[in-house]
Design a protein. Structure first.
Length: 440
């Protein structure tokens, strides 16, 4: 009997040990993306909102996001000169839309106006963002045959390990923006490493080093990553690609031209431009717009969402020939913070600290201290690959101080005094002591 009890006890201990090992391995796998990092708030996401009819507020938000894209692009192009340029306005718009939930009430209207959502509240913004993500990631196709999603969108907020993210923001960020909450140490290189690893993981390794350092007063950083890769619906024949001259603003150069000719091709033309949308297998497309005169950057600076809609609505099916150079662009966006300030985004002012109270539990005065983006695109005979990562740092005007000790010492009764001096061996060497019983 004793042997049987002993055997059962040992067996139980073994089972517990094995369970603990598997549990540790599971935690290790779950946290393997970020060394020393943990999820700040363990919350379960609600399902993204499936559009089941027109939503006027969501339509306004979506139009505003496209308007934001052209307005922001116009400002950023001022720094481009004759260089190539690519950026993702949606990668900037989405985290700013999320942070509207943590913006002080008096600055919220200015932020929403800058985002193209004047008169819309953050509840509408959240619902519109959820509907966008549902559509963009093709969730509507999940129940119909083979699911194919060429677009990956990731959001995250990295939170300093000395502050506490508000649970209601964490829940909203997860529910409507699929945003993860991740704990990091901004006082060490671990934060830079964690953000850069997250960027690489969510862009298939295409963008690896978006952040070099963080401001010492950083308490959080909100980030977005977008990765897109899809094949053309009508691929170019690589055997027909030929080298020819390309007339750039800085002079002539060589380019490898892909050729597409025949019928039908979707085409638009007016007195300013020629335009063709190259469609992807997934149903999206890449518009190629060729100005008839003038500078392409100046034309893009003048673009509006209204004109873009006009182009899309007035295309025709035509027989023709397209010569398009293969190209690849990879750049870091200069002046993103200044461009957002110029657009009216009110989050960057340390004097007004507009993010105070809505993001973290601690009583710190918060503002957005920086905004950076890296973006790339590659276009060839097979299709297009593009990626972007945007990171916006959120800083405090000062870090939390040790609690002040409050006291009151009124020497209105007898007290002791000790006079001392410093010596090498004795430290504080007492020279006089005494008691004052009666001042004279």
């Amino acid at each position: 009997m004793m042997k049987k009890v002993l055997f059962l006890g040992i067996l139980t201990l073994c089972i517990c040990a094995i369970a603990m090992i598997f549990a540790c391995e599971s935690v290790s796998r779950n946290n393997s993306n970020f060394e020393g990092s943990i999820n700040v708030v363990n919350v379960a996401p609600r399902a993204l909102i499936a559009p089941d009819g027109l939503d006027p507020a969501a339509q306004t938000v979506a139009r505003g996001a496209n308007d934001f894209a052209f307005r922001l692009g116009s400002l950023l192009l001022k720094n481009t000169g004759n260089e190539n340029f690519v950026f993702s306005p949606f990668s900037v718009w989405l985290p700013l839309a999320a942070i509207s939930n943590a913006t002080m009430l008096e600055y919220k209207p200015a932020l929403l106006t800058a985002l193209g959502a004047a008169g819309i509240n953050e509840a509408d913004i959240n619902r519109a963002a959820s509907r966008m993500l549902y559509s963009l990631t093709k969730l509507q196709n999940k129940d119909y045959g083979q699911y194919y999603n060429p677009l990956q969108i990731a959001n995250a907020i990295f939170v300093g390990d000395h502050v506490t993210l508000k649970e209601d923001f964490a829940q909203t960020f997860l529910d409507y923006f699929r945003g993860a909450s991740i704990n990091v140490d901004f006082s060490s290189d671990n934060a830079v490493n964690a953000v850069n690893k997250w960027a690489s993981d969510n862009t298939e390794g295409l963008i690896k080093e978006v952040v070099q350092e963080f401001d010492p007063l950083t308490v959080a950083a909100i980030a977005n990553a977008i990765y897109f890769s899809d094949r053309w619906k009508w691929e170019f024949n690589a055997n027909e690609t030929k080298e020819d001259v390309f007339y750039s603003p800085s002079g002539e150069s060589k380019a490898s031209y892909m050729i597409r000719q025949g019928y039908p091709q979707t085409y638009y033309e007016d007195n300013r431009i020629q335009a063709i949308p190259l469609e992807f297998v997934s149903g999206g497309g890449l518009y190629i717009i060729l100005p008839k005169t003038g500078n392409a950057a100046e034309f893009l600076s003048s673009m509006t969402n209204t004109y873009f809609n006009q182009i899309q609505q007035n295309t025709v099916q035509a027989k023709g020939k397209l010569l398009l150079p293969r190209f690849s662009i990879d750049n870091k966006i200069d002046g993103l913070k200044d461009a957002l300030i110029a657009l009216g985004v009110p989050l960057f002012d340390p004097g007004t600290v507009p993010l105070t109270g809505g993001l973290i539990e601690e009583n710190l005065e918060l503002y957005m201290s920086d905004a950076i983006q890296k973006a790339l695109i590659k276009v060839d005979e097979k299709g297009t690959t593009a990626a972007a990562v945007t990171v916006m740092g959120i800083s405090a005007t000062s870090m939390p101080l040790e609690p002040e000790i409050s006291f009151e010492m009124i020497c209105n009764k007898p007290f002791v005094f000790i006079l001392y001096d410093r010596t090498f061996d004795g430290g504080s060497q007492i020279l006089f002591t005494g008691v004052l019983n009666q001042p004279k």
